[in-house]
Design a protein around this ligand. Structure first.
Ligand SMILES: [Zn+2]
Length: 200
């Protein structure tokens, strides 16, 4: 039905999250129709993000040029507060609340034994090392309010307990089973404000 090049584009677009075959087809024909330079801006942006994006050497947030992310590079941020999240997208969610002035630590996932994700697959070792080396006073466990996120928070709380650091978890009030990413900033801001200390 399609030429092989068009077929390849539709297939690739269809692999993107949330894009069904119909949308993939619509996007492909759109790209076919727009001026070449408009379409190439998209391909250039993809190439640039793949070539120039790295992970922050301190917190594993998205960074550029192999160094620190913009948050770690900002010396107005409070180094004694560390907010632990699963994914760089969660940083965006917490930043939107405008209530957090500390630094982050991105685990790059959550514990999920069924999918083979154990502590070794996450940036757990690096977190413990940071707490010891950076003189962290409080670690806020901002993992998602779902099964994996809760299990991860409990696991980290145990590991952090012997260290000289306050360990807190977001207050309840966030939709259970949900993703931090989708929480509105008011709810997330309140959960952050009402964070509670975890039992040792
Ligand atoms: Zn960073």
């Amino acid at each position: 039905m399609y030429t092989s090049t068009l077929r390849a584009l539709i297939d690739e677009l269809g692999r993107l999250p949330g894009v069904g075959p119909k949308s993939a087809q619509r996007m492909a024909f759109h790209l076919l129709r727009v001026p070449t330079e408009d379409a190439l801006r998209l391909s250039d942006a993809i190439v640039a993000v793949k070539e120039r994006t790295s992970f922050c050497t301190r917190c594993f947030n998205v960074a550029e040029g192999g160094g620190l992310c913009p948050i770690c590079a900002d010396d107005r941020r409070d180094p004694s507060l560390t907010c632990v999240v699963e994914d760089p997208r969660d940083i965006v969610a917490v930043e939107r609340t405008g209530q957090f002035k500390g630094r982050y630590h991105v685990l790059q996932g959550a514990l999920n034994p069924l999918e083979g994700v154990g502590p070794e697959q996450l940036r757990v070792k690096e977190l413990l090392q940071r707490v010891e080396e950076e003189g962290t006073k409080e670690v806020i466990l901002c993992t998602n309010p779902n099964l994996e996120g809760e299990a991860t928070a409990m696991y980290l709380a145990k590991l952090l307990a012997p260290l000289n650091v306050r360990v807190t978890r977001l207050a309840s009030g966030l939709p259970v089973g949900g993703d931090l990413e989708y929480a509105d900033e008011l709810t997330l801001g309140r959960a952050l404000e009402g964070r509670r200390e975890l039992d040792r």
